[in-house]
Design a protein around this ligand. Structure first.
Ligand SMILES: C[S@@+](CC[C@H](N)C(=O)[O-])C[C@H]1O[C@@H](n2cnc3c(N)ncnc32)[C@H](O)[C@@H]1O
Length: 203
């Protein structure tokens, strides 16, 4: 009964949400696309010709944005969930945390990349602290991977939750990158503890 109520509330909220409607009108697969657009408007993380890794990419809004808005990008998208193909991007169906997935990513590019972006998040449990810890672990894993796989001038962008792991992530990022910014895009729901860490230039 309670579950039905929650899902009805969620569906009503989706109908009212301007970003959900806008994404449908503009042919994007998720409202998340506007978070990436706003991050890019403010922090200029994308350019034509970039090599880009999209971690936690399904259903594919961020990947669509990269290929629609920027020319000649080489893009790899990975997710636990299957995605419809997006242009000529390369997709991996799998768990980013596994070494085998990381090897596939490294073998695909065979060189350092310009941008690693992660919108990875686990299915929420309702326990905000637990959700922030588990998503924080994904962010740390992505951060360490970027340290090895980014060009010196590269960018790392990741979802991060305000919570117990926030400081640990920011402190580690500061050891790896010269510039760190924390940004909550206007399209990120106000009630969500989500924000994004934007890191530039490896030390
Ligand atoms: C908020 S959604 C991403 C939305 C996406 N940025 C878009 O624009 O469509 C988070 C995604 O992270 C994925 N994810 C969570 N843990 C993962 C992992 N260990 N490896 C790969 N993907 C993961 C989930 O399956 C989910 O599809």
């Amino acid at each position: 009964m309670k579950k039905n109520k929650i899902s009805k509330e969620w569906i009503n909220k989706q109908h009212r949400d301007i970003y959900v409607r806008k994404s449908k009108q503009e042919g994007f697969r998720s409202r998340s696309v506007y978070k990436l657009q706003e991050i890019n408007d403010k922090h200029r993380i994308l350019k034509n010709g970039f090599t880009v890794i999209d971690l936690g990419a399904a259903p594919g809004g961020w990947s669509q944005f990269v290929l629609k808005k920027f020319r000649n990008c080489k893009l790899l998208s990975i997710d636990l969930k299957k995605m419809e193909p997006i242009g000529n991007s390369y997709q991996i169906l799998g768990d980013f945390k596994k070494d085998s997935s990381k090897e596939k990513i490294i073998n695909y590019f065979k060189e350092k990349v310009d941008l690693v972006m992660s919108d990875m998040a686990v299915n929420t449990t309702g326990n905000k602290n637990l959700d922030s810890v588990v998503t924080g672990e994904l962010c740390l894993e992505a951060l360490r991977f970027s340290q090895d796989q980014l060009k010196q001038s590269g960018f790392f962008v990741s979802k991060i939750f305000m919570g117990s792991t926030f400081k640990e992530i920011v402190d580690e990022a500061k050891l790896i990158f010269k510039e760190i910014n924390i940004y909550k895009p206007p399209s990120s729901r106000k009630e969500s503890k989500e924000c994004f860490i934007i890191c530039k230039k490896l030390r």
